[in-house]
Design a protein around this ligand. Structure first.
Ligand SMILES: NC(=O)c1ccc[n+]([C@@H]2O[C@H](COP(=O)([O-])OP(=O)(O)OC[C@H]3O[C@@H](n4cnc5c(N)ncnc54)[C@H](OP(=O)(O)O)[C@@H]3O)[C@@H](O)[C@H]2O)c1
Length: 315
């Protein structure tokens, strides 16, 4: 069986490739990327590496030749992924892929105002109607988003600015999402299933602020704001409102339309979903946000220090 991964050069793709190689031969793994040169290390180990882009349906169809299963890692153009994901599903159909495993987002339900959810709901519907076998992995918000982006800002400024009030979500570590994806890619009986890939506990932004204060040893004040206030904060950091491919600002790769609409959905309870699907798929419980932050305490403080130096005048 040949397993393909699209968008393979990113964090999720590389971690998945690494874990798959614990179980399958390199010749059974096909890595597809807009930048195949970034995967030269995997090519040297015997994996197939081909160029493929969600913006080029024909090229992606050619790249998928021979693949039996495909991990379709959602793209980064949040709010604008419908044409890209349509290309990916159509390319898989044309190439004869039998089963698509898709990284969706938690609470991809109609009525959820999060911009990210809109794309994922569209893609899930596309998969249901594709005639292919599919499995949807609805990943919760990555815990790494707290470690890499939210945490440094909060620790640097001593302020957790949010509009989400007491809304809660179950942050999940990326490695647990990867382990769940690998279990599905290598397993049987997952066709037509949708899994909620969550961490072990529901937390509010206030809870996360207290956790960051605890881990960093520095006080954190919760600042209740509204959409306008949150946009002003992200604008001050130079984060674009709409997505810009491959742009990372102050460690934050996302656009503020995404993040503001996300917090509105958190506030209104859409993301308050807790599941045991990680443990059922992987055989072990998911890692907690506290554990991730404690294990990466030095990295968090260093990133906060760098942010303090770079953005001393920001709120
Ligand atoms: N649940 C969450 O909290 C959360 C948070 C962040 C992201 N996500 C989603 O999860 C995905 C994986 O996360 P990550 O941490 O691995 O992100 P990442 O390191 O930024 O990687 C993003 C991936 O998107 C792929 N991509 C971007 N544009 C593409 C295009 N036009 N065609 C094909 N692939 C494209 C890239 O593939 P190549 O460069 O190799 O072509 C890259 O591997 C993200 O893309 C996003 O959809 C979820």
């Amino acid at each position: 069986m040949l397993i393909a991964i699209t968008g393979a050069s990113g964090q999720f793709g590389r971690l998945t490739a690494e874990l798959l190689l614990d179980h399958i031969e390199p010749a059974s793994l096909l890595l597809i990327s807009r930048s195949p040169e970034k995967l030269a290390d995997f090519a040297a180990r015997g994996c197939s590496v081909r160029k493929g882009d969600f913006d080029d349906r024909d090229g992606l169809t050619a790249a998928l030749a021979g693949a039996d299963r495909m991990l379709m890692i959602s793209g980064t153009r949040v709010g604008f992924r419908e044409p890209q994901h349509t290309n990916a599903v159509r390319a898989a159909q044309a190439a004869g892929v039998g089963h698509i495993v898709y990284t969706s987002f938690i609470a991809a339900d109609p009525g959820n105002p999060s911009l990210a959810v809109k794309d994922h709901l569209f893609t899930e519907t596309l998969l249901h109607a594709s005639g292919l076998e599919w499995t949807v992995l609805r990943d919760a918000q990555y815990a790494e988003a707290v470690l890499d982006a939210m945490g440094p800002l909060v620790v640097a400024t001593g302020r957790m600015t949010s509009l989400a009030r007491n809304g809660r979500m179950a942050f999940v570590c990326r490695q647990d999402c990867v382990a769940a994806a690998v279990a599905v890619l290598l397993g049987q009986g997952h066709a037509g299933k949708t899994y909620n890939i969550t961490g072990p506990e529901l937390l509010s932004y206030g809870d996360v602020g207290r956790l960051l204060a605890d881990v960093s040893g520095q006080p954190v004040q919760f600042v209740d704001t509204d959409a306008e206030g949150l946009y002003a904060l992200f604008d001050s950091l130079g984060i674009p409102r709409q997505p810009v491919d491959n742009l990372v600002v102050s460690n934050v790769p996302w656009n503020s339309d995404d993040m503001v609409s996300f917090e509105v959905a958190v506030r209104d309870g859409h993301f308050a979903i807790l599941s045991d699907d990680v443990e059922r798929l992987t055989g072990r419980p998911p890692r907690s946000l506290r554990d991730l932050l404690m294990a990466n305490h030095d990295q968090l403080l260093a990133a906060a220090g760098a942010m303090r130096a770079g953005h001393a005048s920001h709120p």
